[in-house]
Design a protein around this ligand. Structure first.
Ligand SMILES: O=C(O)C(=O)C[C@@H](O)[C@H](O)CO
Ligand SMILES: [Mg+2]
Length: 382
């Protein structure tokens, strides 16, 4: 079998799908994208396609190594997201060619279901109690919200109290009936992370995500030493070589590689195994579309240390399209009691409505994340 064509479709809300065609008519789909830099990833995919066209799609490991090591410069969000989407599509082709779901190619199921969690509250956490009430009605009992709004490098007690108050309202309303992660979203400096975490400790969030920016990863072990709250990170790390360092340094209780940013199934399967060897949990990051989610689920279903799965239904970023809009087989993503179940169709198990994809790609937005500034005009982390 040979790869004959790669076609990219930038799509609402802020996604990009990749279709890889072969000379035997088998087609694979992937989701290479960095939110806000879709065109950059698209260019990287097409640069990589110069080598890929004519190659045997079955040789995923060799193609992955060529895409990663064949260029002198490597790693980072753009290149690793391009590799990720191509890798997803190659696994999709392999599964379809052999008539089995990807998880079977990775050794079969290690579990029968995986817990999902849902975002509440938007960019600036608000109406979180109402949001949780609505989502509990459809089976969720685990949630994630932004831990705070903008936070200065050294900020005041009122800002800290505002963040803590949101969490206090959740515990007041639901007690321990529900669990929630707090995503600091990299908005918080190392000094303020210490202050915030101390004040949040009594409310026992399930985890605190990106308490500092990935470029401040040396603080993870120091923050972990001051708190019992599990610390999570990973959406802005892009290869096992980055995850190696944070595992070695300690401090992270949960790794959150993104299957569309960190080299795809081939790389994230290895990252999951590395995490397990350090007794660290896996919770793949996935605020994206259905192909990315399917890739996450296949890795979840073969990784014993997978604990819960992010998904983007109702996420505040999905303006203009929802998680399953482009999927024909929506029932395969059906959730029961807040859990996903294995995708059992061959390949990734996602049947894409190509006609709709082509139609909607004609008006793809160039989504950009908001640029936040402090009152003094300096740039704030979003
Ligand atoms: O889902 C998460 O955990 C996030 O932090 C969302 C962030 O990754 C945005 O997708 C960036 O545009
Ligand atoms: Mg996050």
């Amino acid at each position: 079998m040979k790869i004959t064509k790669l076609t990219t479709y930038r799509l609402p809300p802020r996604w990009m799908f990749l279709k890889i065609e072969t000379d035997e008519g088998i087609v694979g789909w992937g989701e290479p994208v960095i939110e806000g830099r879709a065109r950059s990833v698209e260019a990287a995919v097409h640069e990589l396609s110069e080598y890929l066209i004519g190659q045997d799609p079955a040789r995923i490991n060799d193609l992955w190594q060529v895409m990663y090591r064949g260029g002198f410069y490597r790693g980072g969000p753009i290149l690793m997201s391009a590799i990720a989407g191509i890798d997803q599509a190659l696994w999709d082709i392999k599964g379809k060619a052999l008539g089995v779901p990807v998880y079977q190619l990775l050794g079969g199921l290690v579990r029968d279901s995986i817990k999902a969690y849902s975002w509440v509250g938007g960019d600036r956490p608000e109406e979180v109690v109402d949001g949780i009430k609505k989502l509990r009605k459809i089976g969720f009992d685990t949630f994630k919200l932004n831990g705070c709004e903008e936070m200065g490098i050294i900020d005041n007690a009122r800002k800290v109290d505002a963040a803590v108050n949101t969490v206090a309202q959740i515990r007041e309303a639901f007690g321990k009936e529900i669990e929630f992660g707090l995503d600091f979203h990299g908005r918080v400096s190392a000094p303020m992370a210490k202050v915030l975490i101390k004040e949040l400790e009594p409310y026992r969030p399930l985890f605190i995500e990106e308490p500092v920016l990935a470029e401040q990863a040396e603080y993870y072990p120091r923050l972990a030493a001051q708190t019992h709250i599990p610390i999570a990170a990973g959406e802005r790390m892009f290869s096992r070589f980055e995850f190696k360092r944070v595992l070695e340094a300690g401090g992270l209780a949960i790794l959150q590689p993104d299957l569309s940013h960190a080299g795809g199934i081939t790389e994230c399967y290895k990252i999951a195994a590395m995490a397990e060897s350090y007794d660290v949990a896996l919770a793949p990051h996935c605020p994206l579309g259905p192909i990315a989610l399917a890739a996450c689920l296949h890795v979840d279903f073969v990784s014993r240390n997978a604990v819960f799965q992010e998904q983007s239904m109702g996420i505040h970023y999905n303006q203009g399209a929802e998680l399953l809009d482009y999927v024909i087989n929506k029932d395969d993503f059906k959730m029961d009691d807040g859990h996903f179940y294995p995708l059992n169709k061959p390949g990734l198990g996602v049947e894409i409505n190509e006609e709709l994809v082509i139609e909607r790609s004609k008006n793809a937005p160039d989504w950009r994340n908001p640029l936040w500034r402090f009152p003094d005009g300096s740039v704030a982390e979003w």
